[in-house]
Design a protein around this ligand. Sequence first.
Ligand code: FA5
Length: 351
Amino acid sequence: MDNKILELKNEIETKLADISDLAELDHARVSYLGKKGSITSLLKGMKDLAADQKKAFGADVNKLKAFASELIENKTNELKEKQIELEIKAMPKFDISSPANLKTGSYHPITLVQRQCETVFKSMGFTVEDYAEVVTDYECFEAVNIPKHHPARDMQDTYYLENGQLLKSQTSAAQNAILRKYGPALINDGVPIKAIFPGRCFRNEATDACHENTFFQMEGMMVDKDISISNLIYFMKTMLSEVFRKDIKVRLRPGFFPFVEPGFELDISCLICGGTGCPSCKHSGWLELCPCGMIHPNVLREGGIDPDEYTGFAFGLGLTRLAMMKYEIKDIRDLNGGSLKSLSQFIDDEE
Ligand code: FA5
């Protein structure tokens, strides 16, 4: 190997070993691999070599380039992990017995995770929509492929008003309105529908450590030509790793929801017990967090979109459960309890 190449290889190794900061690492990357970097200059200098030396020299410089790229990538991962560990250590842990911080107002933990999810999805081009809490039977059920008297209605009992309207049991109640709002731009101008719509949901059910009668979900939809399950999985994983700031163990299993086909349940490994089983995860080690699937053709059709031309995915993230996992809150009922002593402890780690 040429001396210049060997010297540069040694220099890169020594320099990278000393770097402890991502900005400095990026600076080093540009100085070696950038357009005017030392490795690129070696390649440019090849034109001055004799024809019989060019081949071996070029191969060695390319080896050096691959070596430096791998070293920089490994170092980047190492530094990012260290940074995340430090951020996690700096995060305050939820302690129900600690004194209330009543001097300043604070956001509710659900608001904090909602805002974090919104930031992630907005950065991926999704719009954030608001929707009513009192809706019609058509919006909540019929428009999403749950006709009157369908057995799937038994899964979600809710509270009815005397005028026949109801408190929405799922954010899916907004799906039809979103399809109708953004469908024309999709059909006429080819603009994909990408929307999330967080909201409060209500169900007439017995409460326990992981069930409330009032809780938050965040629905999301994407519709375009050729949308597939891979797109769905990508967006879900990106959102979870951004919100938790670490890799989260997830599992997908088949799930039935009349408005998607195929449908899945996305569970995350319980972060309260580390997956060994506790009351928060009903002793299963897993927490059902985000049902999802490919939007059923009937739902697209009902929203004015031709299912033969367009496909899409939808998900219904349990925001309240996400807040529990993120802040290690063992009992969902603490979130609606209104105790400032507990609720004033949360801060937005994004700020
Ligand atoms: C639904 O509500 C579907 N609309 C979700 C969906 C949307 C599926 C789009 C497919 C496509 P489910 O009933 O499983 O599904 O509720 C979704 C999530 O809300 C659950 O995973 C859970 O995290 C949360 N959730 C449901 N019921 C409660 C409850 N009583 N208390 C707290 N969180 C709840």
